[in-house]
Unconditional design. Structure first.
Length: 239
């Protein structure tokens, strides 16, 4: 992207970094006598703090323009993106190990990655992806355990079906502390469903609609991954 003959121009390199920091100010190289491209590149790097660096790398993970050299593979970019977003969604790392043990769960993996990708850049989309991920997990569990459900069921009903198939529904336990925890998980699922209906991009918006902030998306995604990890762990451990 920065090769001498085919890379970006000095102003383009400046603008790329300037999208992620205000420290550079306007480009000063017009009319000759300005910094070389490698100097603009170095100054751009120096101007970015850790959060800005992460933002730039996330943007480059999605770069699909011309490059003289081969771009990193899609798999490598997915890995890098997950590493960059790990601090914002710690629950995904803990839950991912169990997901990797399952086969033919591509729909879950796609929704999983979408939730990670959008948590900071598209809060509304992240909330929608989290709900989709949980719905897919519940359907996969029901499919593999022979539990019946209908495609039109909402998340709450799908979760109840999957939980019952694994004996983790609150009413399937008599010990109070276990019952209380499982009831809490059910409450979180209901909250995510409601959050998706009011704050996500799943429905049209009125003039008075409130857009979620990244912190709302982090709350939804981290809560969703906590539930996802619990469901997947149970599914893997309870044959």
């Amino acid at each position: 992207m920065f090769a001498r003959d085919t890379g970006f121009s000095g102003p383009e390199i400046h603008d790329l970094f300037a999208e992620h920091t205000h420290a550079l100010g306007p480009y000063q190289g017009w009319g000759g006598g300005g910094a070389s491209r490698w100097q603009v590149f170095q100054e751009g790097l120096k101007a970015l703090g850790p959060a800005d660096q992460r933002s730039l790398l996330l943007a480059l993970c999605d770069y699909d323009g011309y490059s003289r050299y081969d771009l990193p593979s899609a798999e490598d970019r997915v890995t890098l993106r997950a590493m960059l977003l790990e601090d914002t969604t710690p629950g995904s790392t803990a839950a991912r190990s169990a997901l990797d043990k399952l086969t033919d769960w591509t729909a879950v993996t796609r929704a999983w990655q979408a939730a990670l990708d959008k948590v900071t850049s598209d809060p509304e989309g992240a909330i929608t992806a989290t709900r989709t991920m949980l719905e897919s997990i519940c359907k996969h569990i029901c499919d593999e355990r022979g539990a019946t459900y209908e495609d039109g069921w909402d998340l709450a009903r799908l979760y109840k079906a999957a939980a019952s198939a694994m004996d983790i529904a609150p009413d399937q336990h008599s010990e109070q502390i276990i019952k209380q925890i499982l009831t809490g998980v059910t409450t979180v699922v209901g909250g995510l469903a409601a959050m998706r209906n009011t704050l996500s991009d799943a429905h049209g918006k009125s003039k008075r609609s409130v857009r979620p902030a990244p912190r709302h998306a982090k709350l939804a995604v981290n809560s969703g991954f906590a539930v996802a990890g619990f469901l997947i762990d149970t599914h893997v451990e309870k044959k």
